[in-house]
Each structure stands twice: as structure tokens, then as C-alpha cells.
Design a binder for this molecule. Structure first.
Ligand code: PEP
Length: 249
């Protein structure tokens, strides 16, 4: 039985006030079964979030990291710095990083390794574009992105991983993958993982991301291989995000 994980990716949104609101709201949340919940705010809010989330089920996540431990990289943040601020999870390979900042599969791998080195749990984001889906390449693209990282990790490192399948055409568009489309890809990812590590394949958490909201979460989360969600827009509305967590728990 895999424990669900609900992750909120605030991207370049949010405020100190929203951090406080989440801390207050989640202090009293009731879930019928255990769920891991993590918020990925922008870097400047991490310290305030660490205080505001203390005593709540909310864990702290970051949205990216630089693969180097320190150095002349203006504007960047290392894994060690994140760990120092109580960060537990970090996204790697979000499609916005791949598309807008041209992060390659290899650079995503380097970020995953840097995260694992300091004990952070990476959430590896993968997903096909609309053109790739229309060309019938969805599974090839997604399994290439997964394999580029997972096939090169040690078994102990793989156990720290979560994979988020986020079809690019569903992110921020209001167009969600159907539960069947999402389940089909999750089964392919788990099947791929089973081809070289069957014990891990059973334990590996797979999240769906792409316009998940309070109305569609329950149906998506009911799919056999969907173990949680990576939520963008709806993670900025505390009541919606809370409802999604309650759908999972
Ligand atoms: C995301 O940014 O990972 C995401 C899934 O965004 P949204 O929920 O807004 O589609």
C-alpha cells in the first residue's frame, strides 16, 4: 500500500500572507487516512514556511536546485542550502524548467543526484508535449525521461524518488488528462520500473499533474497507479488544496 503524496507547486506565486494562511488552515486539517503533503513555495518564503508549517502535516519543498554545492552561479541555490532550511522534497525536470530554461535530461539527472547527495527527496517531473502526443510518441518520450534518471541510480537512491507524470498540454491549461489516459501512462512507468527493479516498482509513488483540482482529484486519485498529485494553480487556493488532500486521505 503506497501512502499518497499531494504536492503543491506555487511556481513564482504566493506571498508571506499565503504561507501563514496555509499554516493556520492545515494545523486543524482532518484526514481519514495518512497522506504526505508538501508545499513548494518560491525560495524567499522557505524560512517563513518552516515556522508556519511547524506542527502541521505540511512538509517543505523547493522547485529546483543547482547541481553544484556552491560557487559562482549568480541567482542559483544549492541542495545544501535547501536542506539547511528544512526542505524535504525538491522538483527536478518540471516542464517549465525544461522548456523555458532548456534543462536537458542530463541536467535533470545532475539535479537529482545533487538532491540525493544532501538527503533531499526528488520529485522527477516527466511528460510529453501535445505535438509528441499527436505524433503517438507519448510513451517513448516519458519513458526516455524516466529512464535517463532512474536506470542510472543505485537501488537505495531509487527508493528516495517520486515520479510526477505531467502531460505538458495539461499544465495550467484547464485541460486535464482523462483518468484513463493518466492511468495508462502510470502503468507504463511502473512497468518500465519493474523491468529492472520490481521491488521498487511496487513501492514507487507516481503522481499525476496537469490541471488537477478539487473537482477532478478524486477520480484521478482513484486510479490504480496514481498515488497522488502535483498541483499548480489549485495549490494557491487553500480551500481547494485542502479538498484535494482530503480526496487523497
Ligand atoms: C504544475 O505546475 O506542475 C501543474 C500541474 O500546474 P497546474 O496544476 O496549474 O496545471
Amino acid at each position: 500500500m503506497r501512502k499518497p503524496l499531494i504536492a503543491g507547486n506555487w511556481k513564482m506565486n504566493g506571498s508571506a500572507e499565503l504561507i501563514e494562511t496555509f499554516g493556520r488552515t492545515f494545523a486543524g486539517i482532518e484526514l481519514s487516512s495518512p497522506v504526505d503533503v508538501v508545499i513548494h513555495p518560491p525560495f524567499p518564503y522557505l524560512d517563513a514556511a518552516r515556522s508556519a508549517f511547524a506542527g502541521t502535516p505540511l512538509a517543505l519543498g523547493a522547485q529546483t536546485l543547482n547541481p553544484l554545492p556552491s560557487g559562482a552561479r549568480t541567482g542559483e541555490v544549492s541542495g545544501e542550502m535547501l536542506a539547511e532550511f528544512g526542505v524535504e522534497y525538491v522538483l527536478a525536470g518540471h516542464s517549465e524548467r525544461r522548456q523555458l530554461y532548456h534543462e536537458s535530461d542530463e541536467q535533470v539527472y545532475e539535479r537529482v543526484i545533487a538532491a540525493l547527495t544532501v538527503g533531499l527527496k526528488p520529485i522527477l517531473c516527466v511528460g510529453e508535449t501535445l505535438e509528441e502526443r499527436d505524433a503517438g510518441q507519448s510513451e517513448d518520450v516519458v519513458l526516455r525521461q524516466v529512464g535517463h534518471v532512474m536506470a542510472r541510480l543505485e537501488p537505495g537512491q531509487r527508493r528516495m524518488m517520486t515520479i510526477a507524470y505531467e502531460p505538458v498540454w495539461a499544465i495550467g491549461t484547464g485541460r486535464t488528462a482523462s483518468p484513463e489516459q493518466a492511468q495508462q501512462m502510470m502503468a507504463a512507468i511502473r512497468g518500465y520500473q519493474a523491468s529492472f527493479d520490481s521491488a521498487l516498482a511496487d513501492a514507487l509513488r507516481l503522481l499525476y499533474g496537469g490541471s488537477m483540482n478539487a473537482s477532478n482529484a478524486r477520480e484521478l486519485l482513484a486510479q490504480e497507479d496514481i498515488d497522488g498529485g502535483l498541483i499548480g494553480g489549485a495549490s494557491l487556493k487553500v480551500d481547494d488544496f485542502k479538498a484535494i488532500c482530503q480526496s487523497a486521505g
